[in-house]
Ligand binder design. Structure first.
Ligand code: PEP
Ligand code: MN
Length: 385
């Protein structure tokens, strides 16, 4: 701990973290040294003149930390998932003003994250920071935890004054991806980074694959490109034009989606009248393959388009479910209901109309630039040594 802190102090660092109690998924792994290590943590901080932070998961941890003079506490992802546990920690903190960092819960549930923030805030803690560490998933994925950036982005929208930190080490699970994810967090206007560093990563007792040496940390900090949220005060003409074009395209996209859903409703009526299942696996398989192929021809990320169509398909099935159960009640829907199956089968004009507009959209999409930062795409490996 001491060696790592001393080596780190050569670089830009504002707070030193160390896990004294480590929540581990399976028993038998190293679970931290426990309370005795609080002294080591404080010693390391004092040696380099920096405040220190550790994870607390229950009131006894909070009490021990406050007694030992730990400067900042954090609530881990597993704990944020449990409102009972968070409330107990909040109660133990009442009357204190120790800063608290709150990691996102394991599952992509923004309400649970905000709920934990509220519980700590209601206990009277004013210095709160949120930490984005990604979300658990099943199976082999590039990252250990999926970043699902739209969740921290939504948190920022809902709580704009709350400092937001990114923990790229836990998102990546592998040291070589940390640089790319750290840069992405900076580009998304995060306020800080929590990065795991170890003086000898290979002999780290937990998560050794995601640790970097202090020297690698120094190189990462040097390589990070800093950005500003607004750029020059006067937007160049081209930016204004591009934004105007985007507004118009988005409007088009929405109009096309509405049109697509109209077709979906009519198909729903036919399915209902012929007692056919809403879900058509072969058709769905063909749609996915076709849309992904066509997106790749247009330099759009296949996984982005796949996700998008999964949402569209889900909504289509919901709409057809409502048609089937007679729950589609808007005036527009009633109009569609009046359409008989026979009528539908003879109506070529309707499908012709859909196609023409879809072609329009494709024409525009052709000119758009490739998405480089979509989820699921491979972040570049960055060697830090
Ligand atoms: C940690 O930061 O060491 C940790 C256990 O993180 P998380 O709660 O994000 O899994
Ligand atoms: Mn860790």
């Amino acid at each position: 701990m001491l060696q790592t802190a001393v080596q780190l102090s050569a670089y830009e660092v504002t707070l030193i973290r160390g896990g004294v109690w480590k929540p581990r998924t399976r028993p038998g792994s190293f679970e931290g040294v426990g309370g005795a290590a609080l002294v080591w943590l404080k010693q390391a901080g004092n040696a380099v003149g920096l405040p220190v932070a550790t994870e607390v998961a229950k009131p006894a941890h909070v009490e021990a930390c406050l007694k030992a003079g730990v400067d900042v506490l954090w609530i881990g992802a597993r704990t944020t998932t449990s409102p009972f546990a968070v409330q107990e920690i909040a109660d133990a903190l009442r009357g204190m003003d120790t800063p608290v960092m709150i990691k996102n819960p394991m599952s992509p549930d923004i309400e649970l994250w905000i709920g934990a923030i509220e519980r700590i805030h209601k206990a009277g803690i004013t210095k709160i920071m949120a930490v984005h560490r990604g979300f658990s998933t099943y199976g082999e994925t590039l990252y250990r935890n999926q970043p699902i950036w739209r969740i921290p982005i939504e948190l920022r929208r809902r709580l704009p004054h709350l400092p937001l930190i990114c923990d790229p080490s836990h998102i990546c699970g592998k040291q070589r991806y940390v640089m790319a994810v750290a840069q992405q967090a900076i580009d998304l206007l995060f306020d800080g980074l929590m990065i795991e560093v170890h003086c000898a990563p290979r002999s780290a007792l937990s998560d050794s694959g995601q640790q970097m040496t202090p020297a690698q940390y120094g190189r990462l900090i040097r390589k990070l490109r800093h950005v500003s949220s607004s750029g020059p005060t006067q937007l160049p003409e081209i930016m204004k034009l591009l934004r105007k074009e985007i507004d118009a395209i988005d409007d088009n996209v929405i109009a096309l989606l509405a049109k697509r859903m109209e077709c979906v409703k009519r198909i729903g009526i036919w399915k209902r009248n012929h007692n056919v299942s809403l879900f058509q696996p072969e058709r769905w398989e063909r749609i996915l393959q076709d849309r992904v192929q066509s997106s790749e021809r247009r330099h759009l990320s296949g996984s982005f388009v796949r996700n998008l169509f999964e949402h569209i398909h889900e909504e289509a099935l919901n709409i057809q479910g409502r048609v089937r159960s007679g729950r589609s009640s808007s005036r527009r829907n009633r109009g569609v209901e009046a359409f008989t199956a026979e009528h539908f089968e003879n109506d070529r004009r309707v499908s012709g109309q859909c196609d023409v507009t879809e072609l329009d959209l494709r024409g525009k999409a052709k000119n758009s630039s490739p998405l480089s930062w979509e989820e699921g795409t491979c972040a570049p490996d960055v060697r830090l040594d």
